[in-house]
Design a binder for this molecule. Structure first.
Ligand code: 5RP
Length: 225
């Protein structure tokens, strides 16, 4: 099966986990797109009663068009379940997110959720994290000094640019620096170091976050709890 079909299959499958009257976090990305389409269908055709918060303006707009009831994060008391994509997942179910630059909101929503589900095609499953460049959302103020500090630590930073070659800006108008590490041997140590650097708003290491992974393979979606 081609990658988009795998993404579609896991996106649709994940909606089975949404129960009536849940508050649901909606992630960001091309896999989540299919999940939101299916959720919209069930809201419209099956009157599935849910309220949702989103991790990006893109997902908000898609969900709004489909008539999915939406709330801002600060308007909800608790999030029952969040469904999101991922860029890499290792054998211990640790992940890298932020390929779309939405990882700060994604992490805030994930850490406020009772259950987190990641939906991925099989290409995202890896033995070790790090082949996918690790995204950092950084404050533009002092970002050059931060960049040099990351270089001095041999973390191979690269400022992310958009399709036109301009500085990539997040929803919150911050920059993204991607760390081209090839392999992350000690994800918890790196996460701890990054957590303590001023100027880094959030990094894309999502450690000990996920409860369920749905992997798209040629044999159909595989659920790992
Ligand atoms: C965005 C993310 C996405 O979840 C991640 O990039 C996966 O995206 P896709 O489903 O398009 O491969 O973390 O910040």
């Amino acid at each position: 099966m081609i990658q988009n079909e795998l993404k579609k299959a896991v996106g649709i499958k994940s909606v089975d986990l949404i129960q009536p009257h849940m508050t649901v976090g909606l992630g960001t990305g091309s896999t989540v797109y299919y999940m939101v389409e299916e959720l919209g269908r069930r809201v419209q055709e099956e009157n599935l009663a849910v309220e949702c918060v989103t991790t990006s303006n893109r997902t908000w707009k898609q969900a709004e068009k489909l008539g999915i009831p939406l709330k801002k994060l600060d308007e909800v008391h608790t999030i029952d379940l969040t469904i999101d994509g991922a860029d890499e997942i290792d054998q211990n179910y640790q992940g890298i997110k932020g390929g779309g630059g939405a990882h700060t909101r994604e992490k805030i929503v994930a850490l406020n959720s009772h259950q987190n589900v990641w939906i991925v095609d099989q290409s995202k499953m890896v033995s070790h994290l790090g082949k996918f460049p690790l995204p950092l959302e950084v404050n533009p103020f002092g970002s050059q000094q931060l960049f040099e500090r990351l270089q001095a630590e041999n973390l191979h930073p690269v400022f992310r640019v958009d399709d036109q070659g301009n500085q990539f800006l997040t929803h919150m108008k911050n920059y993204v620096i991607d760390l081209h590490l090839k392999e992350i041997k000690h994800p918890h140590l790196l996460a701890d170091w990054l957590d303590h650097q001023s100027g880094i708003i959030e990094h894309g290491l999502f450690l000990d976050v996920v409860n369920t992974v749905i992997i798209g393979s040629d044999n159909g979606p595989k659920i790992i709890d």
